[in-house]
Design a binder for this molecule. Structure first.
Ligand code: SIN
Ligand code: FE2
Length: 225
């Protein structure tokens, strides 16, 4: 008897050296890391990313306090998160081009919905995808995601490329943070009682990822409107 050939899903799960079989880690009552969950979607994610960036390239935005963010930002979807001297907010138009943000590629929506459902949040319908690019040294200070119209839907955060140390804190900035290494293909989902947890990313270490080179890409999907 010959054995069954490996199905495409199984092959996809182990296609990279840094890949691991999907497994779930719990960060809070309603917060989870889905290890390797995005791996089967990576080729489609990268193709969609390339298209999106043609219309809305990464830019280093100004914080309301006048600092230039070290992370390069772009967006896709009906709403995009932006910041400048007048504050943080969601806009329908890209302030650089004056055009609507590029539409959200189906693959982002699908993956985010699957990941949310895996974490116990049914029918997640994101209308905003923030795209963060970390070059070595770039970091994201502890913050809460609180510019959205409702805190009912969860947040889905997809990591690609170089590993990063994600900080997952409490409801107060001063609460102790868990340190969570995020690798290529990991997805973090937090919502419900954990929706307003402080979080951030330590400065990215130098490195070279086989597929993405010297960078980390993070997609953060939310229902903003
Ligand atoms: C964010 O909170 O916007 C980004 C989180 C991350 O890069 O993992
Ligand atoms: Fe955030």
């Amino acid at each position: 008897m010959h054995s069954e050939p490996l199905g495409p899903t199984t092959l996809d799960l182990f296609a990279d050296a840094d890949q691991q079989p999907a497994r779930t880690e719990q960060l809070g009552p309603q917060a989870f890391v889905l290890r390797g969950f995005a791996l089967p979607w990576v080729p489609r994610l990268l193709a969609a990313l390339e298209q999106t960036l043609k219309a809305a390239p990464f830019r280093n935005m100004l914080t309301p306090g006048g600092f230039t963010m070290s992370v390069g930002l772009s967006n896709c979807g009906a709403l995009g998160w932006t910041t400048d001297r007048s504050g943080y907010r969601y806009t329908a138009l890209d302030p650089v081009s004056g055009l609507p943000w590029p539409p959200m590629p189906q693959v982002f929506r699908e993956l985010a919905q699957c990941a949310a459902s895996e974490a116990g949040f049914a029918d997640f319908a994101p209308d905003a995808c923030l795209i963060n690019r970390y070059l070595p040294g770039a970091k994201m200070s502890l913050h809460q995601d609180r510019n959205e119209g409702s805190y009912e839907p969860p947040i889905v955060s997809i990591s690609l490329g170089l590993p990063a140390m994600f900080l997952f804190g409490g409801m107060q900035r001063s609460d102790k943070s868990q340190r969570v290494p995020l690798l290529h293909g990991d997805v973090v989902v937090w919502g419900g009682v954990d929706r307003l947890r402080y979080h951030g990313v330590l400065p990215l270490k130098e490195g070279l990822h086989p597929q993405l080179g010297a960078q980390r890409i993070n997609f953060t999907l939310r229902t903003a409107g």
